[in-house]
Design a binder for this molecule. Structure first.
Ligand code: ATR
Length: 279
């Protein structure tokens, strides 16, 4: 079997997914390749996607700006992707194009590897900053994993309210302004930054000041370029534990690879090499 895999999005040239999936193919000892399938937003998405479908891919990842846009062109969605309203992984299964979302699962698995103790305290207080697609996936999977108290702070309150209704009320949620979050950081055990603020080239930006955090808390940023975001640097200075964004990238890829090949390859040993590539 030779797996034909790829990534659709724009832009995709700097993606680390080819490197990660080539490592997984080697580990699983299966043949295949992972191509960058850039779709320029000026072109018809439907036509470009149809060409990719016609080329007999076994599966592909989907990134910005197509995670929502692709949904009407798929034959089926798994429950998580349906609830989250976004797809990052597509697989050709039993004659159908099926959409999945492994971003949130990847985040939760990465968190479990780095900070297993937090999984013993499902009543801990979690603050999610941001209410975009990434936040939706993370909220959904944290609620699925049994976490019961997840507050959301976002610039636009209505998007945060939409997220709160995900997870069928499994998690108790308050919606905060960014300022309110900043002033109440002490009560959170885990703070997760899910916006793109602080990403290269704007490396000196941080969505809120972390001055008020409890030093026993865990501070997580899903931005991984740079690895040490300004947000995480603030947390480290205060003495809090930090959780880096590239780990989510790694484990979302592990789930995608398992969907395509039915093989769960270990990803833990790629954590350091991936970090080195990004540093
Ligand atoms: P993704 O799919 O990567 O999560 P997205 O759906 O575009 O990206 O979401 C971006 C998130 O970053 C949102 O929470 C957005 O806040 P709004 O819902 O208010 O738009 C947040 N964001 C982006 N730029 C921001 C800024 N300058 N200040 C505050 N929040 C910002």
């Amino acid at each position: 079997m030779h797996y034909k895999l790829g990534l659709i999005g724009y832009p995709v040239q700097n993606s680390l997914s080819p490197w990660i999936h080539e490592q997984f193919l080697k580990k699983a000892d299966i043949g295949g390749n992972y191509a960058l399938l850039e779709i320029n937003p000026k072109k018809s998405f439907e036509n470009e996607l149809q060409q990719i479908k016609n080329n007999h891919y076994d599966g592909f990842n989907v990134t910005v700006p197509y995670k929502k846009q692709i949904i009407p062109f798929l034959d089926d969605l798994d429950d998580g992707a349906h609830a989250i309203g976004a797809v990052n992984t597509v697989a050709w299964q039993n004659g159908k194009w099926v959409g999945y979302n492994t971003d949130g699962k990847g985040y939760v698995t990465a968190l479990g590897h780095a900070h297993p103790s937090i999984f013993q305290h499902k009543q801990c207080r979690i603050l999610l900053i941001g209410a975009g697609g990434a936040a939706r996936g993370i909220f959904y999977e944290l609620a699925e994993a049994g976490f019961r108290r997840i507050d959301i702070a976002n610039r636009t309150q209505s998007s945060a309210e939409d997220i709160a209704s995900l997870g069928d009320g499994k998690a108790k949620t308050s919606i905060l302004t960014l300022k309110e979050a900043e002033n109440n950081l002490k009560m959170y055990d885990l703070i997760i930054q899910t916006t793109n603020i602080g990403m290269k080239p704007n490396v000196n930006d941080a969505i809120i000041s972390l001055e008020q955090i409890d030093r026993r808390s865990i501070v997580s940023d899903i931005v991984y370029q740079p690895i040490e975001t300004h947000f995480l640097q603030q947390a480290s200075r205060i003495g809090a534990s930090v959780h880096h964004g590239h780990t989510m990238l790694l484990y979302q890829a592990q789930y995608a690879f398992e969907i395509w090949t039915s093989k769960k390859v270990p990803a833990d040993d790629l954590n350091q090499p991936l970090q080195s590539i990004l540093e």
